[in-house]
Design a protein around this ligand. Sequence first.
Ligand code: ZN
Length: 359
Amino acid sequence: MKRLGALTSDQAWAEIKPWWDMVQDMAETGFFAEVDAKVSRATDGYINIRDPRTSPWWAYAQLHKAAYSLVMALVQEREITAANAKAFEKASQVLLVSDYKPRKNIVWSNWYEKVKAAIGVVQRVLTAPSKTADNKFLVGPFEVVNSVGKSSADLAPLVKLLDVVVQKVKQLPVSGLERVLYGRVMLTGQIKKNARLAAWYDIAEDQLWVRVGKYDLDFLHTVIHELGHRWWRKFASKSVKSAWEQHHLVMGFGSVEIPRLHVGDPLPIQVKGVKGNPVIVAETGKYWEIDAKDSKGRPILLDRMSVYDAMHNNAKRRLFPTLYSSTDAEEHFCEALGLWALGDLKEPHLSAIKSAVSK
Ligand SMILES: [Zn+2]
């Protein structure tokens, strides 16, 4: 569940404009080129990233932060035609970054050129007409807003899946759950933010967002999970919530045992690029060496604490229906609801959710 910006696109543009002006100034006065040259001269390739005289990281942070609301507002408001959908998607990928710290090896002049192109596209979309009714269609109780300029053939699989979602939600024996079946479903492309997610629910706007083109079982689970948030926030009774919170607490306090490992033991976790369970052959400092080599033929060293972390996560995953469920009672409920709808919820969670929703 993510909050999306509540600004209109004009307001969002007014927010980003001063930062964009400043970044353009920096480019025109040669600041980016100067920093790039300094980085390449520095023997260790490092300059003080927190010093505004040597690093434009703060301009980067402000610009990308402001860009988020702008992109979200444009997707909601403006007609994004098939002709500029691709360019807009690319621009979104440039502007939406997963955190507001530049990569260590960023080349500032290249960054500027990319952002400049992206802002150009955004400005074009800003002056595009507002969305028309032609862009909207009904799937059962949902009004789907085709904000990605896709053809109806492209969207056929999505329509089918939304139909399945509606059926599944109606089948679950949760009183009042069918009340979540209403409202707008906004479509989005491969924007970088939330790239892993097939869907998310914007609480402030009470609106469901769905990613186009990621259609699998995960899609069904995620959309039902997000509708679970709507139910939890708007319709779940206090007694249901407190029964479920009780279950969440009991699970959370369940003890997980993490055995200590020693040289000679097989690793109880998977290591990327290594088949099976390699054996620990040596212990050096905070690392274990395992009897496997990386792609360059070097022995693989693993941070011992990271191994224990992974073991802890695996153990927790066994206490909860999914690892993410351990986040909080609400996320746990939504995860369980999604699995339940797909017939994948195991005990003791199945009995727990059945009992909680009957309260
Ligand atoms: Zn969630």
